[in-house]
Design a protein around this ligand. Structure first.
Ligand SMILES: Cc1cc2nc3c(=O)[nH]c(=O)nc-3n(C[C@H](O)[C@H](O)[C@H](O)COP(=O)(O)O)c2cc1C
Length: 203
């Protein structure tokens, strides 16, 4: 049973969440878990001005995802930073290249799930995940979120991401905040939850 974690990250927050998702998925017996990043679309000069190059070096070892790799996975968990309440353009461009997979119904019946990161607490995490789900549904995927059995999403004693739609982290106005323990726990839970469902479906 193969779980693919496909993400884009500019400053590392989504990457750290992706690692936690992978940790959770690996807890499931028989799960073969792979991490992939989607291709960058911004020129290096723009990334330098956005002070993204150094952060991106930390995960340069993660292979770039080929579109056809999606077809060989049983579950795909996507991670994207919020851009104006939506997925980032890099992820949109990657998904827009999956038309041939759609034509063949190659992703029909696979488990799909989404996690995200935004700078602000109410900056569009839920809209990012829910609008991402539309693409997964067009591909015929079985959409899975973060159930309330992950109790950490009920917390009010600290600021935290995480909703029934998926794990999320709040990066802070200047990106100074890295995922909290609770947010990483949400990501681990989501990874394990998706892998458990995929394992039952493939049995
Ligand atoms: C063009 C652009 C649009 C953004 N839009 C939002 C937004 O709507 N809400 C928000 O809270 N953060 C927004 N952000 C901040 C990113 O979501 C933040 O940098 C990201 O979550 C950090 O994750 P990363 O380190 O994985 O890139 C935006 C950033 C950029 C560059």
């Amino acid at each position: 049973m193969k779980v693919l974690i496909v993400y884009y990250s500019m400053y590392g927050h989504t990457y750290h969440m992706a690692e936690a998702v992978a940790e959770g998925a690996k807890e499931v017996d028989g799960a073969e878990v792979e991490m992939r990043r989607v291709p960058e679309t911004l020129p290096e000069g723009v990334l330098r001005k956005m002070r993204a190059l150094e952060a991106q070096n930390a995960f340069a070892h993660i292979p770039i995802c080929g579109v056809d790799e999606l077809a060989s996975a049983d579950a795909i968990i996507f991670g994207t930073p919020t851009r104006f309440g939506n997925m980032c353009g890099q992820m949109r461009q990657f998904l827009d290249a999956t038309g041939p997979l759609w034509m063949k119904g190659a992703l029909v019946g696979k488990v799909g799930s989404v996690f995200t990161s935004s700078n602000t607490q109410h900056g569009g995490q839920e809209s990012t995940i829910l609008s991402f789900h539309i693409t997964l549904l067009h591909q015929g995927m079985i959409v899975v979120g973060l159930p309330h059995s992950f109790q950490g999403q009920m917390r009010t004693d600290e600021i935290t991401g995480g909703s029934p739609y998926g794990a999320s982290t709040i990066a802070g106005a200047k990106g100074e905040r890295m995922p909290s323990e609770n947010e990483l726990a949400a990501a681990r839970f989501q990874g394990k939850h998706v892998a458990t469902i995929a394992s039952k479906l493939t049995r």
